[in-house]
Design a protein around this ligand. Sequence first.
Ligand SMILES: CC(C)(COP(=O)(O)OP(=O)(O)OC[C@H]1O[C@@H](n2cnc3c(N)ncnc32)[C@H](O)[C@@H]1OP(=O)(O)O)[C@@H](O)C(=O)NCCC(=O)NCCSC(=O)CC(=O)O
Length: 445
Amino acid sequence: MSPPAAKVTVLESSEVAPPPGSVPESSLPFTIFDIVWLYAAPVQRLFFYPFPHSPGHFLDSLLPTLKSALSLTLRDFYPLSGKIRLRPGSHDKYELHYVEGDSVSFTVVEHDGDFDELSGRPGCEYARLLHLVPQLADPGNGRRPVTAVQVTLFPNRGVAVAVTVHHSACDGSSSTRFISSWASRTAARSGKAAPAPALPFFDRTMIPNPSDVYSRFCSNFAVDAQSTESIMMNLAPPGAILGNFTINADQLRRLKEMTSSKSKYSFHCSTIAVTYAYAWVCLVRARGYPKEKHLYLAFAGDCRRRLQPPLPTEYFGNCIACYFVEAKAGDLAGEDGFTTAARLVGETIERLKHDPLEGMDNWPEKYREIRTQQPFIVAGSPTFKVYDVDFGWGRPVKVHAPSIAWIGAMSVSESRDADGGVEIGLALPKQEMHEFGAQFSLLCV
Ligand SMILES: CC(C)(COP(=O)(O)OP(=O)(O)OC[C@H]1O[C@@H](n2cnc3c(N)ncnc32)[C@H](O)[C@@H]1OP(=O)(O)O)[C@@H](O)C(=O)NCCC(=O)NCCSC(=O)CC(=O)O
């Protein structure tokens, strides 16, 4: 039986902006790394913190600091208060434009649901988490909002902080840096020691940005006029569960050993390679695809340090490219499926390290073609360290990336509890989640 619908009361619906006069009007032109995500699912994170106090205590003692720290952080990350718009006089050149008065929507709600259940493991119904996640407002005057923040109070139990960012404004690395900076600043203003965050870097001049590739990405959207609307919509399967699985350090070690003992490989068998391979194989087995079906895994590689010359890790925006692995369902579901997948992922990683921009001229067509094949997409990264995001209230008990449900993707982060482990998030219909769990426990013994 479904639990009764939660009562959600909006306590505050406001806007937070950089301090008045602190940021001049400015524009960041979209690069090819940004335009790719114009119609993509947003970058979202939802953090749960235990907080055994009344909402009144939060509103009086913590909310003012949280908001003033957000305002100061938005001064540093000012494009996140800005809006996406077409450059004046252009029909396909987009930019991230900030002008005094631009702001981020900031909502505070009280929720009478069960904090432990919503933040619990192994997971919870996706629809129940939607009340906790802010949506980006519709564009006004041709300018699309970029960021929305929601704080949800569970009286005497906990607090959830959720941030939604339009993906064409920045990738997971930049958005996590923004949230981490906001959290550190909040903690520091509350008197808790927190490391000073590095400032973002905005210069676009070193980004490879061939104009014909940019234009072909744009014409993809024009060709897709019908489907782009649906790409923007949340297409989570009805009744989807947002579930979590952890591969601990010992299991990772054994998976790496399995790969090295069964294949003569010429790649570094990393934690990420075995994690992607393992999850992909579990999903393929759970779904029971026809053997001959061609399947695709799509994952991002951070290009910042891999470009020549390299960009600082603080580069703000999108600086990720998508890499694809193709295999037949029968080869993944078979006895050697895991080692086959690990080898394919590992070799793809080796190639991107050698040349992150390989085949760039053909990216628009390749991205478009593979998207129609409904690849299994990976979001997030263990290097983002989402479980270190501490507003001065302690480490989160759970971090979700709810936007994975939009596209049936998988999220990865470091594991909260298992040191050196990896946490996987998936949004699947209940039965499929059950099948996935069964496969997962089989392989992980
Ligand atoms: C291409 C990769 C996936 C390949 O990962 P690999 O781990 O195989 O390779 P690597 O060179 O990065 O790392 C090699 C080894 O060094 C370690 N290592 C690397 N960077 C590290 C760091 N900052 N701190 C600690 N260890 C680190 C790795 O754990 C690994 O160890 P060991 O060998 O022990 O394993 C990755 O390099 C990468 O670019 N990740 C970022 C992807 C990303 O930005 N995703 C988000 C996209 S935006 C998005 O999806 C939206 C959203 O987030 O919601």
